[in-house]
Write a protein that binds this ligand. Structure first.
Ligand code: UFG
Length: 328
C-alpha cells in the first residue's frame, strides 16, 4: 500500500505537478483543495478531498481518513499585487489557514511537513547574495505572510517536534512536458503565460511593468526555475525528512537571472512569433532583482535541475498553452 501524502493546493499549478512527481516516486498524493483557484481537472494522480484550510473540522476528517505520512503545503494566495491591495485576505488565508493545517497535522501525529515559501520573503536587497541565511525583509504582504508561516513552523518544531523542510521558490515556470497538467490561473498575472496569450492573440499586448529599474536594460530580473525540477526537489525534501535528517531551509532557483526583456526575446525565439508588448509603470510590490545565490539544494539534497533553461521552460509552457488547459 503506497503511503499517503497530503498535498494542499494539489489542484493548483505547482501542487498538481507535485502530485504527478509523488505518484511517480511511489507515494499516493491526496489533494486537499477548496477549488477557489485550483481546478478539479488537475487532480489526476490520487484521491481528492475538497476542503478549506480555514475549516479545521474538515482537516481533522481528512487526516483521520488518509493518515498521511507527510504534508506538502502548497495552498496559498500568491499574487504579489493583490496582496498589496487586500492584505487581510493574505493574512487570513495564508497564515490562519496554515496555522490550522499545522495544528491538525501535529494533533494527528503527522510530523513531516514540506512548505512552499518564497524568495519574496527576502525582499529587495540590492547586491546581496540571497542564500538561506540572508535576512528576510519582505516588501509585500504575500512575502510577509509566507515568512510568518516559516516562523510558525519553527515554533511548532520547538513545542511539538514538527520536522519541516521550507523551500523558498524563485520564479516557477514551464509545464509538465507531457501536458497532463500545466499553469492556468484565473486571473492570470504571471509573465510567461501572459506573454504566450499575447503572442497568439488571446489577450492584449503584454505590458512591461517598469523600465526604469536599476538593471542593465531597466526591467526587473528574476531567477526562473522549471516546475518539474521544483517538484522533484520536494520529493527529495520528503525523503530527507523520512530519513530523519531534520528541519532545513532550501532556496529553489538556478542562480541565473533574466530580465523581462530577455524573457520576451527568448519567447520570440521559441515560438517564432512576435511578442506584442508595450511599456508601462512599475507594479506595486515588485522587487528589482531576485536571484538565488545558493546551491544548498544541490549539495545537500542531491537536487539536479535538468529542465530549467529559459528555452525549455518557455517551450514546455508553449506546448501546454497550445494543447492543454482546464475548462474556464
Ligand atoms: N511582469 C511584467 N508584466 C506582466 C507580468 C509580469 O512586466 O504583465 C514582470 C513583473 O514585474 C516581474 C516579472 O515580470 O518583474 C515576473 O512577474 P511574475 O508576476 O511572473 O512573477 P513575480 O516575480 O511577481 O512573482 C512570482 C510568484 C510569487 C513569488 C515571486 C517571487 O508569482 O508567488 O515570484 O519573486 F513570490
Amino acid at each position: 500500500m503506497p503511503e499517503h501524502v497530503l498535498v494542499t493546493g494539489g489542484a493548483g499549478y505547482i501542487g498538481s505537478h507535485a502530485c504527478k512527481a509523488l505518484r511517480a516516486a511511489g507515494f499516493a498524493p491526496v489533494t486537499f483543495d477548496n477549488l477557489v483557484t485550483g481546478w478539479k481537472e488537475a487532480v489526476k494522480f490520487g484521491p481528492f478531498a475538497q476542503g478549506d484550510l480555514l475549516d479545521r473540522a474538515r482537516l481533522d476528517e481528512v487526516f483521520a481518513e488518509f493518515k498521511p505520512v507527510a504534508v506538502m503545503h502548497f495552498a496559498a494566495l500568491s499574487q504579489v499585487g493583490e496582496s498589496m491591495s487586500e492584505p487581510g485576505k493574505y493574512w487570513r488565508n495564508n497564515v490562519s489557514g496554515s496555522l490550522n493545517l499545522i495544528e491538525a497535522a501535529v494533533d494527528a501525529g503527522c510530523q513531516n511537513f514540506v512548505f512552499s515559501s518564497t524568495c519574496a520573503t527576502y525582499g529587495d536587497q540590492d547586491n546581496v547574495v540571497l542564500d538561506e541565511d540572508s535576512s528576510q525583509y519582505p516588501i509585500n504582504a504575500y512575502g510577509a505572510s509566507k515568512r510568518a508561516i516559516e516562523d510558525i513552523l519553527r515554533d511548532f518544531e520547538a513545542s511539538n517536534g514538527l520536522q519541516h523542510v521550507i523551500f523558498r521558490y524563485f520564479n516557477v515556470a514551464g509545464a509538465d512536458p507531457e501536458s497532463e497538467v500545466g499553469e492556468f490561473h484565473q486571473p492570470e498575472t504571471h509573465l510567461i503565460p501572459l506573454m504566450l496569450d499575447a503572442i497568439d492573440g488571446k489577450r492584449d499586448a503584454l505590458t512591461i511593468f517598469g523600465t526604469d529599474y536599476d538593471t542593465p536594460d531597466g526591467t526587473c530580473i528574476r531567477d526562473y526555475v522549471h516546475v518539474c525540477d521544483l517538484v522533484d526537489a520536494h520529493v527529495l525534501g520528503l525523503k530527507w525528512l523520512q530519513d530523519g535528517k531534520g528541519s532545513r531551509v532550501f532556496n529553489l532557483g538556478t542562480g541565473s537571472g533574466f530580465s523581462v526583456r530577455e524573457v520576451i526575446d527568448h519567447s520570440r525565439n521559441v515560438t517564432n512569433r512576435e511578442v506584442p508588448y508595450n511599456e508601462g509603470g512599475r507594479r506595486a510590490g515588485d522587487c528589482t532583482k531576485l536571484v538565488s545565490g545558493s546551491s544548498r539544494a544541490v549539495s545537500e539534497l542531491g537536487w539536479s535541475p535538468t529542465r530549467s533553461t529559459l528555452q525549455e521552460m518557455i517551450a514546455d509552457a508553449w506546448r501546454w498553452h497550445q494543447t492543454g488547459h482546464y475548462s474556464e
